[in-house]
Design a protein around this ligand. Structure first.
Ligand code: MG
Length: 395
């Protein structure tokens, strides 16, 4: 059974905006991370979800890039949504026709607090019906009120539930129902369960969660932000790395992923990029996960001549898998030659690209050692690095 979770994130979400120029609410920051990233991560954690597809507004591509930058393994390339929620879901379903899953879960981007137990209950609901959704029985007394506030009457709340997402169905049913609704000119269903039911499918309600709120207003955003920050309990870690490679015959060296013409090359099993090696060790050090030699032993033929960005990318992925993010990195090269200054910006840019960091989070510096020691005698190059990361505090 393969399952794809579709996240509907194409809305303009202006009700939660604090200013006109603010991004749509699904990209607003919650505890320092875009709301949509929280939602993606929540779905990513569920074992039965194989892939995640996000429908976005075409104008939001740059906002979206910030949500998809932390190496979520299940995330597919986004699909362009439509003018309505329903049109966005249909666009996502149509994009999956060539490689369809068995089950689809359709989820609102604005519900970042969905938990795995709830997702499991929704999926289990498909055992008894064509479609399944979570909900909460209404506990407040319901009043019907006219425009100026006069109460007309009190409604029975018996059998009334508030619908949530994710909502689940078999892919072929969901696709057929959405195609039929579009063909009939019905474009305003506010959830997929209603559309599927209209198409004649049976729908089953399972227990939702009060925590699975839909963030709608600026107030909702602020409240969730405070709650998340209180619960986040992040800890800051640092790691350092140091590496040396000796000069050998050659006409260029690799430093920080940049090829620099030189009178010598650096000797090493890989491309001998001493700076990226030190930086890789700094990241590994920050998460207590061994060192570069342990993960990429020089005895392994696979790494002969390998570009060292492979090692750095691997270390960054190890940080990401722990739920961490890199705050900043700083590299110092020690050598008399080649001159680093002319290449510094390119080096920092290269590291920023590899680690998906902004430029101000990457330092590259160089110094000579006043002709003292092995670097002073031009026998090789040394590099030092330090990395700062934040990790969820699981103590
Ligand atoms: Mg090395």
């Amino acid at each position: 059974m393969s399952t794809i979770a579709i996240i509907v994130a194409a809305g303009r979400g202006k009700r939660a905006a604090t200013t006109q120029s603010a991004p749509p609410k699904q990209f607003a920051l919650l505890a320092g991370k875009p709301l949509l990233s929280h939602t993606i991560d929540a779905l990513e954690r569920h074992r039965a979800i194989d892939r995640i597809l996000v429908a976005i507004h075409p104008g939001d591509a740059s906002h979206y890039a910030g949500c998809a930058a932390s190496g979520q393994a299940k995330l597919l390339a986004p699909v362009a949504g439509g003018a309505t929620r329903q049109a966005s879901v249909r666009a996502a379903l149509e994009s999956l026709v060539r490689d369809p899953p068995d089950i689809v879960l359709i989820h609102d981007a604005a519900r970042p607090f969905v938990d795995s137990a709830l997702i499991t209950r929704v999926m289990d609901g498909l055992a008894v019906a064509d479609a399944s959704l979570p909900g909460i029985p209404v506990s407040d007394t319901l009043k019907r009120v006219e425009g100026r506030g006069a109460v007309l009457d009190t409604l029975s709340r018996t059998a009334l539930w508030r619908a949530q997402t994710p909502q689940a169905a078999r892919f072929r049913d969901a696709l057929a129902a959405h195609r039929a609704a579009a063909a009939a000119g019905l474009e305003e269903f506010t959830d997929d369960a209603a559309l599927l039911q209209w198409h004649g499918l049976t729908v089953h309600m399972v227990e939702g969660s009060e925590a699975n709120v839909k963030i709608t207003t600026a107030d909702d955003l602020a409240r969730s932000d405070m709650a998340l920050r209180a619960a986040a309990r992040e800890e800051t870690r640092t790691g350092q790395g140091f590496d040396v490679h000796r000069f050998t015959k050659g006409d260029h060296v690799w430093l920080c992923g940049v090829r620099i013409p030189h009178t010598h090359a650096l000797d090493g099993h890989s491309d001998a990029d001493v700076a990226l090696h030190a930086l890789t060790d700094a990241l590994l050090g920050a998460i207590g996960d061994g060192d570069i030699g342990q993960h990429f032993p020089p005895s392994d033929e696979r790494w002969r001549g390998a570009p060292s960005q492979l090692f750095l990318t691997d270390a960054a992925q190890r940080v990401a898998r722990r739920g961490g993010r890199i705050v900043n990195v700083d590299v110092t090269l020690l050598c008399e030659a080649p001159r680093i200054g002319p290449h510094r910006v390119e080096m920092a840019t290269r590291i920023a690209e590899i680690l998906a960091l902004t430029a101000d989070r990457v330092g590259v510096k160089a110094t000579t050692t006043e002709r003292l020691g092995f670097t002073g005698r031009r026998e090789g190059i040394a590099a030092m690095a330090i990395a700062t990361i934040v990790l969820p505090d699981n103590r």
